[in-house]
Design a protein around this ligand. Structure first.
Ligand code: SF4
Ligand code: SF4
Length: 537
């Protein structure tokens, strides 16, 4: 098959989905501008920027760091290092607000940029001849470079690439759908850096060689058809690469086609069953920005320290995309985008459907930040009771029953709600968007999920504490038993010893008595009889 667009390629349709106002032209008309770290007084780099465990801090306050220097190292399987986004001085290591709807604080490393943006010796060794290396070496490089899924999930990319041995992975999907309104960072990335994305896809295909030989591999790059410039640029890059395994596949614009399971279904017709992973269906899926980050980490030796991000909405003067080092405060981005307009009332990280509200603009850009949306406050009508119209079920792309989920979440029937596959909900917001009663359905699902996770954590802690207690009791019981057995043994040994001693003494006494009797008898025989004795005899 030609590496170019194949219009005859069969596509599959997902259930539900919505045609939403796109608002993409607000931000995709200007080229991406790089933001220099030296435009800020300080960079605030949160320690935890991936789905997993905190890494171990490696630096101290007052220490100078180079760009790309590890600030914290991985401390286990689901933990990733973080790196300095620029050179400078570590000013503080302290709790600061991180991008989270609750205004949550977490440990952050504060860097004062020195303006030199100097890599020093901390750039990793470039591996342009990566094809001579095995998958394990390349996965370890991807892990060391701190690469996460940049589509929003921030799951460690190296773990996602660690597929069970002998599992055939025939299809690599590169996700360029970018289906949520307003967001255009992937669109601009595909227009401006298509060669890097294709080169990243080739690195991933090489890692997957141990699962499928090259002649059995295909890479499908799914892009919604509302991005003609991106499709064209990516097609040109595929043609230039001459790689016959890679195909650009335009897909119909329909929210949320960019969901992982949704895109897999559209491109391959394969359903990823509830509770299973795409690799169980022979597919692995990465975002276009993740593919580019993998290329830069492997071929250039650069850890993940920046990303493309959209700044948009009616609340900013000049909506556009920036390439931003992690740790730059959102306030700086807004200033670079011409500042707030008089319509700026609400700050969202992400898009209008799945994004999270932010408390203020001092919060930094992190690996998960794909968009900053500045909007007017939503003037939502008050929620009314559910009228069981079924519109939510018709719109749900996962074929769930949103109204049932709502009833059970509201009634806190958490055992019951899991029977309705709550954790398959991708929180796309389609159900809430169409609900004529204006019910904040996704808020209910998020609440139920966090309650269930909390209950599981409490249960897990209780189980661990009970196991420890039972183990301690058993250990004490065993120690007591062993001590008693030892004592009994000792006593028996003593008894045996004294019994032996007693027997010897007795025997000796008998022997002595016998000897005395014998001596007496012998003496009596040797003594001559007197006349009287003789008579009487
Ligand atoms: S769309 Fe709203 S009102 Fe209709 S069934 Fe669903 S939750 Fe109820
Ligand atoms: S938010 Fe969940 S329940 Fe609602 S439409 Fe999306 S996947 Fe379905």
């Amino acid at each position: 098959m030609s590496a170019l667009l194949d219009p005859s390629r069969l596509l599959w349709r997902n259930h539900g989905g919505l045609h939403l106002p796109e608002h993409k032209t607000l931000s995709n008309q200007r080229p991406t501008r790089p933001i220099s770290a030296s435009t800020c007084k300080e960079l605030v780099v949160p320690l935890l920027q991936h789905a997993g465990m905190h890494p171990d801090i490696l630096v101290k306050v007052g220490e100078s760091v180079n760009k790309g220097q590890p600030l914290a190292k991985s401390q286990g399987y689901a933990s990733l290092p973080i790196h300095a986004s620029t050179s400078g001085l570590i000013r503080a290591i302290e709790k600061r607000p991180i991008p989270h709807p609750s205004g949550l604080e977490d440990t952050c490393i504060i860097i004062e940029p020195d303006g030199a943006d100097h890599w020093g010796a901390h750039k990793l060794e470039p591996l342009p001849h990566y094809a001579e290396l095995d998958g394990v070496t390349l996965r370890s490089r991807i892990c060391f470079a701190g690469i996460v899924g940049l589509g929003g999930a921030v799951f460690p990319a190296a773990i996602k690439l660690n597929v069970r041995p002998k599992m055939p992975i025939s299809t690599l999907i590169i996700n360029g759908a970018e289906c949520e309104p307003y967001i255009t960072c992937d669109d601009l990335l595909m227009r401006e850096k298509p060669e890097e994305i294709i080169a990243g896809a080739q690195v991933i295909l090489h890692i997957l060689l141990s699962h499928t030989p090259p002649e059995g591999q295909e890479c499908l790059i799914g892009i919604e058809d509302n991005k003609p410039e991106a499709i064209q640029a990516m097609q040109a890059a595929v043609k230039a690469s001459g790689d016959q395994r890679i195909h650009i596949v335009p897909i119909p614009t329909l929210y949320p086609s960019g969901g992982e399971k949704q895109l897999i279904k559209i491109l391959t017709g394969r359903e990823v069953a509830s509770g299973s992973r795409p690799t169980d269906s022979g597919v692995i899926c990465h975002n276009v920005a993740t593919a580019r980050a993998i290329y830069r980490a492997v071929v250039w030796g650069e850890p993940l320290i920046s990303r493309y991000i959209t700044v948009t909405g009616v609340g900013v003067a000049e909506a556009q995309n920036f390439e931003v080092p992690f740790g730059v405060p959102i306030r700086t981005l807004i200033e670079q985008a011409g500042g707030y307009t008089d319509k700026a009332e609400r700050l969202i990280m992400g898009g209008p459907m799945m994004g999270i509200s932010l408390a203020n603009d001092s919060i930094p850009v992190v690996k998960a930040s794909n968009c900053i949306l500045v909007e007017q406050a939503a003037n939502k009508p008050a929620a009314q009771p559910c009228i069981r119209c079924g519109a939510c079920a018709a719109a749900c792309p996962v074929t769930l029953l949103p109204q049932q989920l709502y009833w059970h979440a509201r009634a806190k029937h958490f055992e019951e709600i899991e029977k309705y596959h709550l954790f398959d909900c991708i929180e796309c917001g389609c159900c809430a968007y169409v609900c004529p009663s204006h019910l904040p359905l996704v808020d209910y699902y998020r609440f139920a999920k966090s309650e269930i996770r909390h209950q599981r954590q409490v249960q897990h802690k209780a189980d661990v504490a009970r196991e420890r207690h039972e183990f301690r009791l058993e250990r004490l019981e065993r120690a007591k038993r062993e001590k008693a057995e030892k004592l009994a043994k000792h006593k028996q040994a003593l008894q045996n010893k004294s019994a032996t001693k007693g027997d010897d003494a007795k025997q000796a006494a008998i022997q002595a008595a016998l000897e005395r009797a014998k001596a007496k008898k012998e003496k009596a025989q040797q003594t001559p009889l007197t006349p009287n004795e003789d008579k009487s005899a």
